[in-house]
Design a protein around this ligand. Structure first.
Ligand SMILES: Cc1cc2nc3c(=O)[nH]c(=O)nc-3n(C[C@H](O)[C@H](O)[C@H](O)COP(=O)(O)O)c2cc1C
Length: 256
C-alpha cells in the first residue's frame, strides 16, 4: 500500500483532510451549469487564501463565450474539456492594482522586480487551489490548465489582458461525469526532509516509479507512459515554452 493510501485513514478523522486527500483532476463533466451564487462563493473562498503582504495580486477571468473557449482549447494544445466544462476560469497574476496603489501613494511604479512577480504568482496559485478545494467540497470537479501558456500571447489577446497582468493557468470546473482514480503521490520521505535537505534515496524513487508504472498501465488514457521518471522527463523536456520569459517581461514581470 502506498504512503498516500495509508494516510487516507487519517483523513477520515476530519472532513477537510479527507477532501484534500480525495483530490483527483476531473476532465469529463455533466451537462449541468454551476449556479452563479455558487461560483461567486468559490471565488470568495479563493480570496480567503493568505496573500503575500496582503497585496492580493490576482484576477480571475470567467470565460463564458463559446468562441473564446474554443480558441483557448485549441491554443492549449487541444483540450476539449475547456469547451465542455460548466465554467472555465483563467487565473492571472495581477500587479496592476498594486502598481496603481504605489503610484497613488507617491511611491513610484512597480518596476518589474522578480520578487513582486514571484509574490503575484504565489498569490494566484494559493487562491486557485482554494477555489478548487472548495469546489470539490461541494461535489464539483475540476482541473488546472497550464496548457494556456502554450500560446500565452493568444490567450492574453483573447482576454484583452493589459500590462502587469499574466495568465498563469486556467481551471475547468463542473459536475463530474466520472471519478478518476487518485494518483499515488511520492513516498513522504522523498518530500519531507528532517533538518537538512537530502536527495531522494534511489530505492524510494525506484519504488515510486514502479507504483506509477502500475497506475499508468491501469488507465487507458496513460498507457503510453512508462513510469514517473520518464513521464516527468517527457513533460519537462517536451514543454519548455521558451517564449515565457519574453512574454513575462513584455507584461512588466521579471525585468530585474
Ligand atoms: C499548474 C497546473 C497546470 C496543469 N495543467 C494541465 C493541463 O493543461 N491539462 C490537463 O489536463 N491537466 C493539467 N494539470 C493537471 C495535472 O496533470 C494533475 O494535477 C496531475 O497529473 C496530478 O493528477 P491529479 O490532479 O488527478 O491528482 C495541471 C495541474 C497544475 C497544478
Amino acid at each position: 500500500m502506498s504512503e498516500d493510501k495509508k494516510s487516507v485513514g487519517v483523513g477520515a478523522l476530519n472532513p477537510v483532510i479527507a477532501q484534500q486527500l480525495a483530490h483527483r483532476s476531473v476532465r469529463a463533466f455533466r451537462d449541468r451549469p454551476i449556479e452563479p451564487e455558487l461560483l461567486e462563493t468559490l471565488v470568495r473562498c479563493g480570496q480567503a487564501a493568505a496573500s503575500s503582504s496582503f497585496i492580493q495580486a490576482y484576477s480571475v477571468v470567467r470565460v463564458h463565450r463559446p468562441a473564446v473557449r474554443k480558441a483557448i482549447a485549441e491554443a492549449a494544445g487541444g483540450q476539449p474539456w475547456i469547451e465542455r466544462a460548466a465554467e472555465f476560469l483563467v487565473f492571472c497574476a495581477d500587479l496592476r492594482r498594486v502598481d496603481a496603489a504605489c503610484r497613488r501613494s507617491q511611491r513610484g511604479p512597480v518596476e518589474g522586480y522578480s520578487e513582486h512577480g514571484v509574490a503575484a504568482i504565489v498569490d494566484v496559485a494559493l487562491m486557485a487551489q482554494n477555489v478548487l478545494l472548495a469546489a470539490e467540497s461541494v461535489g464539483l470537479g475540476g482541473v488546472f490548465i497550464g496548457g494556456i501558456r502554450n500560446e500565452i500571447q493568444i490567450v492574453a489577446d483573447l482576454l484583452q489582458l493589459p500590462q502587469l497582468v499574466v495568465p498563469v493557468f486556467g481551471m475547468c470546473l463542473g459536475w463530474p461525469a466520472d471519478t478518476p482514480d487518485i494518483k499515488p503521490r511520492m513516498p513522504l520521505p522523498m518530500v519531507l526532509h528532517q533538518d537538512e535537505y537530502q536527495d531522494a534515496p534511489q530505492h524510494l524513487v525506484a519504488q515510486y516509479d514502479a507504483e506509477m508504472a502500475a497506475y499508468y498501465r491501469s488507465r487507458s488514457a496513460t498507457q503510453k507512459l512508462s513510469d514517473w521518471s520518464s513521464a516527468t522527463a517527457t513533460a519537462v523536456q517536451g514543454k519548455k515554452r521558451a517564449h515565457m520569459l519574453a512574454f513575462l517581461q513584455q507584461q512588466g514581470f521579471f525585468r530585474r
